[in-house]
Ligand binder design. Sequence first.
Ligand code: GAL
Length: 668
Amino acid sequence: MPHPNTDIIPTIEGLAYGGDYNPEQWPREVWDEDVRLMRDAGVNLVSVNIFAWAGINPGPGEWDFARLDAIMDLLAGAGIKADLATATASPPPWFSQRHPETLPVNAEGVRLNPGARAEYCPHAPAYQEAVVEMASRLAERYAAHPALAMWHVGNEYYRSCFCDLAADAFRAWLRDRHGSLDGLNHAWGTTFWSQTFTDWSQVLPPRISAETPNPGLVLDWRRFGSDALLALFRSEADAIAKRSPDKPITTNLMVTGDFSGLDYHRWGEHMTGPNRLVATDHYLIPEHESDIEWPAQVAFGADASRGLAGGSPWLLMEQAANSSAWRRGYFAKRPGDQLRHSLSYVARGSEGAMFFQWRASRYGAERYHSAMLPHGGPDSKVFREVKAFGAQLQRLAEIKGSTVVSRAAVLLDFESCWAAATPGQPSSDMASYPEIRRWHAALWRRGVTTDVVNPAWDLGGYEFVFAPHLYLLDSDAHLRGYVERGGTLVIGPYSGIADRNEHVHPGPPGAIRDLVGVRVEEFAPLPEGATIALDDGTEGRTWSEAAHPIDADVVASFTEYPSTGAVFRRRLGDGEVWYLATRPTDLGPLLDRLGITADAPAGLELVRRRHADGRTYLFALNHTGAPQRVDATGEDLLSGRPWTPASTLDAGETAVIRERAAARTRGR
Ligand code: GAL
């Protein structure tokens, strides 16, 4: 992966620590306590003004910056920097009342009522103009403020709208993409069900219709939605950059849950490079609702964020100190979880750790969301850990600007994830994204640091590349090049099936058929919960297919259908490619076959960051219940103690070992 930028927040000394700070919810005297406790906890960066539109711009043409001035001055006086937000994520009631066309319309055609946040139509000119004005005014006023560290545009972009303004914008986007109505008719295959368009005015968003909508429409709508929000982000970012050219600009992307809502690889192009940085929010799925344990979830969120940043350092902008208000059921993190999670993000390239939010709110929709400073006050498990981690981060300042060393990659293509979820698929259980996460977790359990990357990138540096589900693919050329030059590629089933218009390639598995040397005669999806046995003692789930080798070795077959293969391997050039005709219930045996054995006990997480000059740091996180030996030589920055290969890490403990030059040779 490219490394375009390693100094992402230059005005912060060392690593960033803090969270969303909403002093507008509190009387003035509380602010003083906030700042005192922040300093106590080592907080050096807070995100302010995210939901403060109503205060700054209380009516049409009315502007009042007094409160924000006071907040910024308070922070500057305390030596705390601001991640200053543009406040555009939540238009106030007066704005929606004055511009009712800015309220979003859902797929049923119902205009939503005001009363919550993110209530805007991305295509409404009044909203588009208002956000640029807001960003411009803020940038003019605060560009030179001593508290300003960086700009935070909007908040967690995700909104879509199905109104007539959206329909117009969609048509313009489609003209651009497909050139002509003929081009559109071809791309969407409108001869099917007599859907041929004869005039652009007939083209509509995928509003609720009588039957299964055209999958081409559904897919293009998602692309369009992502591009429209990216344009909004860019309009604010450009307005800021003109007035505040020397400060980094970001927005908080979401790597939470199924985060494939936007095409973040396209976003990444505008969030990396000079004065840009990738920032992400990550909220964990409660362990009782997931088959992936928390440390592995943390690792995925972090590795995916690093992927969006092209391998550069990035920033964890939000995590929960404890429970998330919007998750079903309240849950508490166990003692030590928060410390280990925060350190794992840093190990995996984050230049610090931030939370939503600093102080728990007394009112509002998120009054029961956890915070760095809980309702229980500073004498609490959460705040004690917040303080402890702040102190740890200060000892890690020297790792700033280093990047993560990884030997494997998992491929993630957002368009492909969307296309695999369009209506009318042979199985509604073949979602891509959970499968990508599952493969990543299997590698995590083997101690392999894995990048989560765009398949179009240069994959040359990886020993192993995994493509759990790459449904959309026009050509195998790029992947073939990786294999021929010596890489090992593993491809999951139902990959290479359709092209970018989601037209099915004849002769499955279509675009990868020659690459994997396998012919698929027919698909045989499995009912939910069912498994299929393989003759090597393993099992598959969700999917199977009648697959035959053309030019590949059959490594394992389905026991019921011995004439068809289930796992194939083909040597190609200097490398090899594996193809799976089912989703393995357990990925362990496959990793065994590939020779990927754990070189540390399960639950001992080891990740290395490296500076361009060769200095390396081994992060060791002991998620197990017993002491573990960590084979490294150097000094633990957290405890200050020398580290030898005989040193052990107590249960639940963490170390960051600055490695001696001679010990740096082994990669992970
Ligand atoms: C994020 C959002 C924050 C807050 C948080 C609670 O998605 O950016 O404003 O709502 O969730 O988990």
